[in-house]
Design a protein around this ligand. Structure first.
Ligand code: SF4
Length: 119
């Protein structure tokens, strides 16, 4: 059994979590003050996830790129594939904030959305 220490980043309290792991299975989580901490620890120990933030090309506009992000965390292991996919994408100007560029991004159920306006 392996012990892993994590800091929960789900809220500003930053609880110190201790996760006991057997193989790929989480046996216990302690130190969390609420259920979100346990969920965070189980994800982080077995399948770490992050929100992807990057840039997508803009066609025919004054700006060459627009910032985008996934609307929920996606598995970190998919980031290389996600960046390849993002490099293939482009969007025509003008672009509004919150424009959905892809639904179910890489099969994760996350949407890839713009986070800025681009002329
Ligand atoms: S365990 Fe709950 S209270 Fe503690 S940092 Fe995470 S979300 Fe906040």
């Amino acid at each position: 059994m392996t012990e892993r220490k994590l800091i929960c980043v789900s809220c500003p309290l930053g609880c110190e979590l201790t996760v006991m792991i057997e193989g790929k299975e989480v046996i216990s989580v302690t130190g969390n003050r609420c259920p979100r901490g346990e969920e965070y620890a189980r994800d982080e120990a077995v399948e770490p996830k992050r929100v992807l933030m990057t840039l997508v090309k803009v066609e025919g506009g004054a700006e060459r790129v627009v910032s985008v992000k996934t609307d929920r965390p996606i598995p970190l292991r998919l980031f290389p594939e996600a960046m390849e996919r993002v490099r293939e994408l482009s969007v025509k100007a003008p672009v509004s904030i919150g424009t959905v560029l892809e639904e179910n991004f890489l099969g994760t159920e996350a949407r890839l959305v713009t986070t800025r306006f681009a002329r």
